[in-house]
Design a protein. Sequence first.
Length: 255
Amino acid sequence: MIKNNINKINQIRKVLKKKLPCIGTFIQLADTNSAEIIIDNGYDWLAFDLEHGNISLSDLNNLIRVVDNSKSVPLVRLGSCSEYECKKVFEAGALGVIIPMVKNVENLNKIYEYSTWPPLGKRGVGYSRSNLYGKYFNEYMTHISQKPIFIPMIENIECVDNLEELMKLEYVDAFFIGPYDLSASLKVPGDFKNITYTKTLNYIKKISKIYNKPLGIHLIEPNTKKLNKLIKDNYKFVAYSLDTVFLRYNSNFKI
């Protein structure tokens, strides 16, 4: 298990470094069967959604176990971003986190400390599922505990104002735009054609290019044409919809 996880982390970082598309999706339902079906489509990563989804910390062990049997990387979108939540997410076997509502460097540094073992961080050290309860303790400590996949979300004006300083952080693998929260912060909720929103997107793209950081975004609607357009627009870390939206779209019919 541990060697496979190390390879997964190395692979996703290799893809991002080469600026190749890295496509995943969000999982909101605490159902291992639906997660197993979705993962068979070949996603680079799956993110279990503690922020908006119907998933609790106690669900993560079994959900991540499904991903362990695939080539996908198990990520978690944090909910509270608390010290306890970060510890339990990584102890369940997550290889990285997507961090919502980031505002500044101080805010993100604290979450990074919660997510990593000493000497880089402050996360409690111990046996857990992530190191098979001690069997792979040394390997986990060396290759994973201080090098998780770390994806901050850009979804408020404070984050945009502090974006250049955030882009300088070496431990960040990519930045990820949350379109709904970002548009709401700009006081144009859901209006993705509004000039204020589009100007902000262009600014974010400009800064990410200057600092050579991969940029991602969430495409809510499962539409492959829109997905390909985003990839052509240099969004490399793309969340393609959600399990709940897949279910809603494909269960809809008219007579």
